[in-house]
Design a protein around this ligand. Structure first.
Ligand code: ADP
Length: 456
């Protein structure tokens, strides 16, 4: 029985193989879809112009506010945010704040010296300027239909004004853009950062594009922005790459996850790559083996004294957190002590047999590795598309998110796939410098507020 279990785990694992030829198909298709997104609206890759036209070099200084709404930081509505801003100002900048209020009283309603705030809002937004944009759709499991189609900066500004706070929403910031800016601010050397990428709850990236390639800007007649750099940061919204599934790999577990999600048919790339989904893919694969009477995974037998309580999160949709994958993948112990601890901590599964632990390891490895190899697709495509590998310079990339930070070898597997793309190869991979850009969404938002306030 135990060898049947491992055979089946290996068979399922093979379904998650994502070989070099598929990586290359993915890259070709990504470049195609990204060019479509630069030319027109309503494409799979949204390629949203951010109206941020320069990256910082580390010399910028000033006092700016940053608010971050997205992923696991998401809490509640705009009034709540405005109240938090007020509380923050009172605690950290009370003197400045009181002076604003005094002047506001003295000058009638004339407000001077506003705090400039960068608003990190990590959902797809159609931007029409640096501090305005309408929500296209919610992602990452959020769904507040009323907000779709509204200008999220205006919503926040109006909640701030209701509380008479001396704050101007100066910039709308996607967390990937923030990551790019923050990385560029701190990265070593003169080279600006090319790409900011997130592999956390969701996945997405923003990169520096030549303005003349963003042909859809010609249709945005009332957009105004600084053209002197000849560049603009583009928020790719790559979570929705290949939503029509022309090149993305799939398994029955991916298909079922999608069908049971609150947004079937969209964010198809993200559903194979990011933290919110990898645990659920694994759970579904393990559940299929558990429900197969010939395998008996996590069912007590002559060879296994395993116990799996009926209230275990194993039986609950979204019940398996992706941090379990990191714990399992990092286990190098002979008796799989860490795998056992992870199964117990996350799923209340006790006394699994070594074979059962081995089966879990096989699946975790396959799912994690496919995600990391998929992550190479947008990276390779952007390197090729921007021509950045054609010079001798280092290409700097900032990344953030628990998956890339904590999943062992995520970067190594991503680079392995990158080298399998002939236009990148070993030489190209060597030029790519990847660095973690911690809390980029916060620092980057303040940097963009700074850039935006200079534009005024
Ligand atoms: P954000 O919500 O801002 O993207 P994170 O980058 O922390 O925040 O991502 C949270 C996601 O990462 C969750 O889906 C969670 O399951 C997953 N996660 C948390 N810890 C780990 C870990 N150690 N390894 C892999 N994934 C993790």
């Amino acid at each position: 029985m135990s060898s049947a279990l491992l055979d089946e785990a290996a068979r399922i694992a093979r379904e998650f193989d994502y070989p070099a030829d598929q990586v290359n198909h993915g890259v070709t298709e990504y470049i195609k879809q990204s060019n479509e997104g630069l030319a027109q609206e309503n494409t799979t890759l949204s390629q949203i112009p951010t109206f941020v036209t320069a990256v910082p070099n580390g010399t910028e200084k000033g006092l700016y506010l940053a608010v971050d709404l997205g992923g696991t930081n998401f809490r509640d509505l705009f009034t709540f945010l405005a109240r938090q801003i007020e509380a923050f100002l009172r605690i950290h900048h009370n003197e400045h704040f009181e002076a604003h209020l005094r002047r506001r009283r003295d000058d009638g309603n004339h407000v001077v010296d506003l705090f400039d705030l960068g608003f990190t809002f990590s959902f797809p937004v159609r931007q029409c300027g640096i501090n305005s944009g309408t929500l296209i759709r919610w992602t990452k499991g959020f769904n507040i239909p009323d907000a779709v189609g509204h200008d999220v900066c205006a919503l926040l500004q109006s909640a701030i004004d209701d509380l008479h706070l001396p704050v101007r929403v100066a910039a709308l910031v996607n967390d990937t853009v923030g990551t790019l800016m923050a990385r560029s601010y701190t990265s070593p050397g003169e080279t600006g950062t090319l790409l900011g990428a997130i592999f956390g709850t969701g996945t997405n990236g923003a990169y520096v594009e030549k303005l003349d390639k963003v042909t859809k800007l010609q249709h945005m007649k009332d957009a105004h922005y600084d053209t002197s750099s000849g560049e603009m940061i583009i928020n790719a919204e790559w979570g929705s790459f290949d939503n029509h599934m022309s090149v993305l790999p799939t398994t029955v577990y991916d298909d079922e996850l999608d069908a049971d999600s609150n947004n079937p048919g969209v964010q198809m790339f993200e559903k194979r790559v990011s933290g919110m989904f990898l645990g659920e893919i694994l759970r579904r694969a393990l559940l299929a083996m558990h429900n197969n009477p010939a395998l008996g995974l996590f069912k007590p037998s002559k060879t296994s004294k395993v116990s799996l309580p009926s209230d275990s999160l194993f039986y609950r949709q979204w019940g398996l957190d992706t941090s379990l994958l990191s714990q399992v993948e990092s286990d190098t112990t002979k008796n799989m002590v860490d795998v056992k601890a992870a199964l117990k901590d996350h799923l209340k599964i006790e006394h699994p047999s070594e074979t059962e632990c081995q089966a879990v390891k096989i699946l975790v490895h396959a799912i994690g590795k496919r995600a990391a190899r998929l992550a190479a697709v947008p990276l390779a495509a952007i390197l090729i598309h921007t021509g950045k590998l054609e010079t001798d310079e280092i290409v700097d990339v900032g990344v953030d998110g628990s998956l890339v930070e904590f999943y062992p070898s995520f970067e190594a597997y991503m680079r392995e796939a990158l080298r399998e793309v002939p236009q990148v190869g070993v030489a190209g991979d060597k030029k790519v410098r990847i660095g973690i850009s911690k809390d980029g969404s916060g620092v980057g938002a303040a940097l963009i507020a700074l850039v935006a306030s200079k534009d005024e």
